[in-house]
Write a protein that binds this ligand. Structure first.
Ligand SMILES: [Zn+2]
Length: 110
């Protein structure tokens, strides 16, 4: 991977981190407990709880991805960045630019 490619990936990671942080804040707002005395009807309340369940899942995934991206940012200047931890081949710029947190190449990830 060239230095230019790394710079591009670094920018992508930083943008993704900003996006994720905003998303996490919005989700934290949405996943606040629904107060029992709220004036929603029963069905609306069930829907709200279902939606909250989905949002909680997305929130967990977003937090996990945020941690992975922050770790990728710490690794980016080290020689092992972009090298598959299984087969030690280069992961490739294509995959790294889409999922910069990747630690395995496409073959080993499957
Ligand atoms: Zn591999």
């Amino acid at each position: 991977m060239t230095q230019e490619e790394k710079n591009e990936i670094r920018q992508k990671i930083e943008t993704d981190i900003q996006t994720l942080k905003a998303q996490i804040l919005a989700l934290e707002e949405k996943t606040r407990p629904i107060s029992p005395d709220c004036s929603l009807g029963r069905l609306t309340r069930l829907e709200a709880m279902g939606e909250q369940h989905v949002n909680n899942k997305v929130l967990d995934e977003s937090r996990l991805r945020l941690t992975r991206l922050q770790n990728a940012l710490l690794r980016i200047d080290k020689p092992m960045f972009g090298i598959c931890i299984e087969c030690e081949e280069e992961i490739g710029f294509g995959r790294m630019s889409i999922r910069p947190e990747s630690v395995r190449c496409v073959e080993c990830a499957n």
